[in-house]
Design a protein around this ligand. Sequence first.
Ligand SMILES: [Zn+2]
Length: 68
Amino acid sequence: MGKCKDITRLLSDALERKLGMREWLAVGAHLPTCSGCRNFRKHIGLLRAASRAMSGLDDIDDPETRGR
Ligand SMILES: [Zn+2]
């Protein structure tokens, strides 16, 4: 596959900036197929953001970020 490097980089980027829709789609397409990247995501604590990617929504109404 060879995409894992890109995906893990995007996942770490997501902690610091907002990913674009295309980036989330790449992540969302890759994660279900790759346990290694799912582990990485779990590691950095991006569970919420990644489930956002799965649903294809960039600006979900999130109680934790609302009012920031
Ligand atoms: Zn991977």
